[in-house]
Design a protein around this ligand. Structure first.
Ligand SMILES: Cc1ncc(COP(=O)(O)O)c(C=O)c1O
Length: 467
């Protein structure tokens, strides 16, 4: 759900939820109702078919699969359509967990674009066009290239440049645009991802737009019968789309489509974000990160405001907790940042109230002039891949053992380990464990971050596969 900066606590109570849900039951149609139609084969003249056509018109796509299981499910379909066992794909290492899940399901071999980290700003960099070119030359057998754009911070790489490389190599271009459904609302936002006409693209309608959680679309562009056939086969045969899909979620898509067309509201949000940036820059110990100035960034969503709070002496995690206790939800926090998201629903009153609360918290932190704290950064390079994600999954099913972290270095990991948020994996199951990676993850945990993928949430031990 799009989250304005001010969070109302009313729906935290069960009775509040029941009151709010009363109308949902009227929308929750039985899927056997014939005029509803089907997500598997949407036909014009049915509710699902007409909604599918409306979303296709808005985004200009030639193929579209509506989903009520999130972009988690849409990404699964996208990756499985593009590559399975015996095939390979080039992909951002900073990909969402659902992409890695699809590699486990399908068995494709991933070739990772080199992950780069901007140490000054403390954020991951986008993939460079030259990295894509190099990867295509090194892995001529790869059939597709998967990029996440915009990334969590709203940054986009040079997508037209990447597309040129991908097309020249005869590969399919896939884009996870979970955070970019709103971009076509105004030229004052960043370029709309669908304008790049990727072969397949996914986006969440609930992240930056106001549709209900788990509303998502998988879009296809151009004439691509082979990819279309692969996708339809998956839709028909795999349990990725629930046969009892949610009509309540589908009903929430229509107002979200209208929201995209309210250019004036989005432009007001762009102005609010610019004003917020300006006012945040005067707070002691706070630095507004200029993501557009990062190497490789071609465009950046102005509605994401990334604030480096390391010089306040607080971690982003602590600050986000304190903000939440005061009723303000941040989009994400790291050891060093809080990331704020504005939407077409954000009001001046919300940004004013947010700023007043933040100012109080910073004042209480008693920032010393010129105090700084360097943030954590993931280790350079990548661990070596011994087994593909699917091979590792199957090997771990047969035999794995937990060992203390100090004894695990050099062994093959049975677990995919990530720091959440944003959840991009540091070690993928099947990769050889490096001490720097384990130390980084433990440091994230020590500072208050959450680890994902390990059965031991403190990461004192790790599961390994004997090789
Ligand atoms: C880049 C990216 N892709 C996919 C997803 C999954 O989307 P959903 O929450 O709609 O399942 C997320 C969720 O945060 C994400 O950040």
């Amino acid at each position: 759900m799009a989250s304005p900066l001010k969070h109302e606590h009313e729906h935290d109570t069960l009775s509040g939820i029941k009151r709010r849900l009363r109308g949902a039951y009227d929308l929750d149609l039985n899927v056997s109702y014939s005029r509803l139609g089907s997500l598997f084969h949407p036909q014009l003249g049915t509710a699902v078919g007409d909604l599918t056509a409306a979303v296709k018109r808005l985004y200009g796509s030639t193929r579209l699969s509506l989903g009520t299981n999130g972009t988690t499910a849409s990404n699964t379909l996208m990756v499985l359509s593009a590559a399975v066992e015996g095939e390979s794909l080039i992909m951002d290492r900073h990909s969402h967990g659902s992409v890695y899940g699809a590699l486990v399901l399908g068995g494709a071999t991933p070739h990772y674009l080199p992950p780069r980290f901007d140490q000054d700003r403390g954020v991951p960099q986008v993939s460079l066009t030259s990295d894509v070119e190099q990867a295509l030359a090194t892995h001529p057998q790869a059939r597709s290239v998967l990029i996440t754009a915009p990334n969590y911070y709203g940054a986009q790489p040079d997508l037209p440049g990447i597309r040129k490389q991908v097309r020249a190599a005869g590969c399919w271009q896939l884009i996870d645009a979970a955070h970019g459904a709103h971009l076509r609302a105004s030229p004052r936002l960043a370029p709309a991802i669908e304008e790049m006409q990727p072969d397949l693209m996914t986006t969440s309608l609930h992240k930056t737009l106001g549709a209900l959680s788990q509303s998502s679309v998988l879009l296809g562009f151009g004439d691509n019968p082979e990819l279309d056939a692969r996708l339809q086969e998956l839709i028909d045969t795999t349990p990725v789309i629930s046969t009892s899909f949610s009509t309540v979620i589908l009903a929430s898509i229509e107002p979200a489509l209208a929201e995209v067309q309210q250019t004036d509201r989005w432009e007001r949000a762009v102005d609010l974000a610019a004003d917020l940036r300006e006012r945040l820059s005067y707070l002691p110990g706070c630095r507004v990160i200029d993501l557009a100035a990062q190497i490789g960034v071609a465009a950046c969503d102005p509605l994401r405001v990334c604030l480096d709070v390391s010089a306040t002496g607080l971690t982003g995690y602590t600050l986000a907790d304190q903000l939440e206790a005061a009723g303000h939800i941040t989009e994400m926090s790291t050891d060093r940042h809080v990331l704020l998201l504005l939407t077409s629903a954000t009001s001046q009153a919300a940004t004013d109230s947010f700023l007043a609360t933040l100012t109080e918290i910073i004042q209480a932190a008693n920032v010393k002039p010129h105090s700084t704290r360097t943030g954590l950064h993931p280790p350079d390079g990548l661990p070596s891949m011994v087994l593909t994600p699917r091979q590792a999954f199957l090997a771990a099913r047969r035999a794995q053992r937990r060992v203390p972290v100090a004894d695990a270095v050099g062994s093959v990991s049975a677990e995919t380990l990530a720091a959440y948020p944003p959840g991009a994996p540091i070690v993928i199951a099947g990769e050889r464990l490096r001490s720097d990676d384990l130390e980084y993850l433990r440091s994230v945990r020590r500072l208050g971050g959450v680890l994902k993928g390990s059965a031991d949430l403190e990461l004192n031990t790790v599961a390994i596969i004997d090789d």
